[in-house]
Structure formats: structure tokens, C-alpha cells
Design a protein around this ligand. Structure first.
Ligand code: ZN
Length: 266
């Protein structure tokens, strides 16, 4: 693996010192994902840690002569002629280099909760995390320490399917609701992965193709439209949008009724 000098000095934080030298000549042994982080394992026991931030994407190609694109801040080329660029217009992404066997204690990964599609995520664990929380269930599910990798869109979709209002006080969730949430989260993610993810604004997959899950959103981005749960002239009055912690939430006021509202500090 050859690596040209970093095209910029860093993203959210500076690139690790000597990054190019550390990667030159190494062999990529495997890829791993943890929450929203990508780990590229190398043959010397190190791993390149990446987070795409708000707007980052990895662009894969097979023509190493292609010049760096606008906002392509890191470019990795292999001796086999593969080209892997990290494009990040807003530069909120993260790149770090670490010893792979210390990955679980890395500050960004150490407190991360279970993978939503793994065995470590279950209703009992979610109920435990929710108990005594004075935040909303929306904030609970976006908390990467509770469950790893969920973002704004998928939380909205999962809450709709589970019939839980986004402003519900997390501590008021009962066992049945925790069970429904775990199932809904898994269903939404499984369907989204099968559809290639959601193409929002400029998101594309590494091969340049768009994901199609945005066409399957039931409430996200559908404020004022009828929701799939209330056919005909919408019995609920249509999907509603609120802002929580600076992020939009979409819900059906009939299916996702609430009595106990949590006001998150934003
Ligand atoms: Zn509805």
C-alpha cells in the first residue's frame, strides 16, 4: 500500500503525525465496522480508524491516475491499483491510527454500546439504560453508549414502527416498548442495509451508486403527509415534525401518542 502525503493537514482533528510513513508498504488484512467507525486493519498490527462525520464518504476506484477531487483530503492507493479517497467537504470526519489490540480502549470506542444487530443488544439492556433517564427516548437512542451507530433518520423510523413518541421520557418506557424498539431498530437497519442505505443530499455508496432506503421512509422527511399507519384522509392529521436537540424528529401523533414528555437540553 502506497500513500501520498495527506492532501490536507487534517479533518476534525489533525491527521496523526507520520501517517503516510506508517501506512507506506503495509498490507490491508481486513475491514471492520464499529458503530459509525471504520477500522482498516494492517499487517503490522495497526489499524486506521475512520469516521465519516457529517458529510464524509469513501470513494473507491481503480484508476490511480485520477487526480484528487475537491474535498478529497486523504488518498490511499495500493500496488494493485486500487484507489481509496476520503472526501469530506465539511471536514467533520476523523482519521486516527492505533494499535489494533487497543481499539476497544480507544477514547472514541471505549464507551460505545452494543451493535444493534448483534446479540449484545436486547430489550433488557435497553430497559436498563433507559431506567432513571430524564432525557427523551430520541436522545437515548442517539446516545452511542446505549446502542452503537444509530443516526437521526433511523431513530425516527424505529420509533414510528414501535409506536413510541420521540419525546417520551426514556425512564417511562415499559418492557413491552423496549422489546418493540429493539425489534423495530433491527428491522429498520436490516431493510436499510438491503436497500443500500439512504441517499440524503450527496450521499452515495463507495461504488458511486445511490442507496434507495429513503424511498421506504415512513415518517422521516414526510411532515404534513399522510402516514402509512393512517390511510385515507390521514386520521392522525398527517406526519408531524418537531425539533429535539437541534435535530428533526418525525412522528404520527396518533400511533405515537405520549403522556410523559421529556424536554431535552440542546
Ligand atoms: Zn398517522
Amino acid at each position: 500500500m502506497q500513500l501520498p502525503p495527506p492532501l490536507r493537514e487534517g479533518l476534525r482533528w489533525p491527521f496523526p503525525p507520520g501517517l503516510a510513513d506508517s501506512l507506506r508498504g503495509r498490507v490491508i488484512t481486513r475491514f471492520e465496522r464499529r458503530g459509525k467507525y471504520i477500522l482498516i486493519h494492517l499487517d503490522d498490527g495497526q489499524a486506521l480508524l475512520m469516521h465519516l462525520g457529517m458529510s464524509g464518504r469513501v470513494v473507491l476506484g481503480h484508476d490511480v491516475s485520477v487526480p484528487a477531487a475537491r474535498h478529497e483530503h486523504l488518498l490511499i492507493v495500493t500496488e494493485q491499483g486500487a484507489r481509496c479517497g476520503l472526501v469530506d467537504p465539511r471536514r467533520f470526519g476523523i482519521v486516527d491510527l492505533l494499535a489494533a489490540d487497543t481499539a476497544t480502549s480507544h477514547p472514541l470506542l471505549a464507551r460505545m454500546g452494543p451493535e444493534p444487530l448483534g446479540n449484545g443488544f436486547d430489550a433488557e439492556g435497553l430497559a436498563r439504560a433507559a431506567r432513571a433517564r430524564r432525557t427523551s427516548v430520541k436522545a437515548l437512542l442517539l446516545d452511542q453508549r446505549v446502542v452503537a451507530g444509530l443516526g437521526n433518520i433511523y431513530v425516527s423510523e424505529a420509533l414510528f414502527r414501535a409506536g413510541v413518541h420521540p419525546e417520551r421520557m426514556a425512564g417511562s418506557l415499559n418492557d413491552a416498548e423496549c422489546t418493540a424498539l429493539v425489534a423495530s431498530i433491527r428491522d429498520v437497519l436490516t431493510e436499510a442495509i438491503a436497500a443500500g442505505g439512504s441517499s440524503l443530499r450527496d450521499y452515495v455508496k463507495p461504488d458511486g451508486e445511490l442507496g434507495y432506503f429513503q424511498h421506504a421512509w415512513r415518517v422521516y422527511g414526510r411532515a404534513g403527509q399522510g402516514c402509512p399507519d393512517c390511510p385515507g384522509p390521514p386520521a392522525c392529521g398527517g406526519v408531524e415534525r418537531i425539533v429535539q436537540g437541534g435535530r428533526s424528529s418525525f412522528f404520527c401523533p396518533r400511533r405515537q401518542e405520549t403522556a410523559t414528555v421529556a424536554q431535552d437540553l440542546s
